[in-house]
Ligand binder design. Structure first.
Ligand code: MG
Length: 456
């Protein structure tokens, strides 16, 4: 090889390495069923979350961020693909909200995930914790661009050994993990069953630090989807019985510890100013679980519903030195993490399919306002409500997990969720022009969205 060609190749290699080094790492930390009111920085009076509160003080805290949907499976499908779950067939239906053990379906393999897109850009990728996008071998995280998986294929209350535990024992203050025959996976192998849930948060965290240490020299994507505070609740010995909010508070405070471990590692390794970290939740609190469920704060209802408490959840974006600390009232969605992560990682957002996420970069990096104009509220595969700006119109309403059939509204109920975040005061009669606009958005969306083949 002549000298000029060698020099040219070396130059391009060096340029590629330099480019890779400047691309930020991405960490998405997802709590399960954590409500809008369950963190210190979102106003909880007794649960102590100093690490997440510090993250919020150093980062951008969202007041109007929505998870992908009001149940676990569709919410995660939306986050991972940047698409409404209806499009991938992962929205469920009125009698089946999420995937259960041995369901034949899962996230379709032609979906682009954050992991597959970033892996193609040279990122090391890792999924920790709860997956819930398919539990058969063909649907585990390593089939979707993740190099490594350590966690549970579905919720920690699945696989109950007796149906009574699902309803009665999950309300117990002393749950027994033997009542839930849930497997723990490493890669595609079951390594423990039933998993001892007391130490899950601790073990996930150790795995996270191990992955980070191993991959600190090149870009990485860590999807850290905690099992808690989804019921049944467990906490390790160090945290059990230590909070003023009972077992729920113990589990959330251990989660906060875990967040601190990850952020402190980034600070120690001087990777904090090159790692985009988001902390959020997959849906609102499971209110039917009474004292073992969380709180949506001043928002109406919780998990399973299309009132604000079902999907409006805590969200903090953190990248010291690049994201200016503050508070934003701009609209944002879990699906926006797809676009934002891909763009930060140098990947193209797919153009061959509808993408419902938008790029949050202008908002995050102080170069403009949020790009999200409209938020759609699905109850499984049915569109129930639409928000644009401060106005939200409900065409159907249904309390989460209620046995009462959904109620249709024509004209829709209308709320100004900035003035009235608790959705108490229907103002449709005072704003016919807003009702007309939101009705037109609702009808246009229903007429144009194409539902994917139902996976469960
Ligand atoms: Mg959930």
């Amino acid at each position: 090889m002549n000298k000029k060609l060698t020099a040219l190749i070396l130059f391009f290699c060096a340029a590629l390495i330099a480019h890779a080094a400047t691309r930020p790492n991405v960490i998405i930390i997802l709590a399960d069923d954590l409500g809008y009111g369950d963190l210190g920085c979102y106003g909880h009076p007794t649960i102590r979350t100093p690490n997440i509160d510090r993250m919020a003080a150093e980062g951008l805290r969202f007041t109007d961020y929505y998870s992908g949907q009001c149940y676990c499976t569709p919410s995660r499908a939306a986050l991972m693909t940047g698409r409404l779950a209806i499009r991938s067939g992962m929205a469920g239906h009125d009698t089946r909200h999420v995937l259960y053990p041995n369901n034949p379906g899962g996230l379709p393999h032609d979906e682009v995930t954050i992991a597959s897109a970033l892996k193609a850009q040279g990122y090391a990728t890792c999924a920790l914790g709860k997956w819930h996008l398919g539990d058969l071998q063909d649907y585990l995280p390593t089939k979707y661009g993740f190099d490594y998986f350590y966690g549970l294929p579905y919720s920690n209350d699945s696989d109950w050994t007796d149906p009574k535990y699902r309803n009665a024992d999950t309300l117990s203050l002393t749950p027994d993990f033997h009542h839930f025959n849930v497997p723990l996976y490493r890669g595609t192998n079951i390594i423990e069953r039933p998993v001892d849930q007391h130490t899950l948060t601790k073990r996930y965290t150790e795995e996270a630090l191990g992955f980070l240490e191993k991959n600190k020299k090149h870009p990485f994507f860590l999807y850290f989807a905690h099992t808690f505070p989804h019921v049944p609740l467990f906490a390790s010995e160090r945290f059990r019985g230590t909070s003023r909010r009972g077992l729920y508070g113990d589990a959330v405070e251990e989660l906060d510890w875990s967040v601190g471990e990850v952020l402190n590692w980034l600070r120690k390794e001087h990777l904090d100013n090159n790692t985009f970290v988001v902390f959020t939740s997959d849906n609102g609190p499971w209110l039917q679980k009474k004292w073992n469920g969380g709180s949506a704060g001043l928002l109406r209802d919780g998990k399973g519903g299309t009132w604000e408490g079902g999907t409006r959840v805590p969200a903090i974006a953190w990248l010291p030195g690049k994201i200016k600390p503050g508070l934003t009232h701009e609209l944002a969605s879990a699906m926006d993490l797809f676009n934002t992560s891909l763009i930060l990682g140098g990947a193209d957002v797919p153009k061959d399919r509808p993408i419902d996420g938008v790029d949050l970069s202008p908002l995050l990096f102080g170069k403009g306002k949020g790009n999200r104009e409209v938020q759609y509220f699905y109850q499984t595969d049915e569109l129930f409500a639409v928000r644009k700006g401060s106005f939200k119109a409900h065409f159907w309403t249904h309390e989460g997990y209620s046995k009462v059939k959904p109620e249709q509204h024509n004209p829709p109920l209308l709320f100004d969720v900035s003035e009235d975040p608790s959705e108490h005061f229907d103002i449709a009669a005072q704003h016919p022009e807003v009702v007309a606009e939101l009705t037109s958005i609702y009808e246009r969306h229903r007429a144009t969205v194409t539902a994917g083949k139902a996976q469960y």
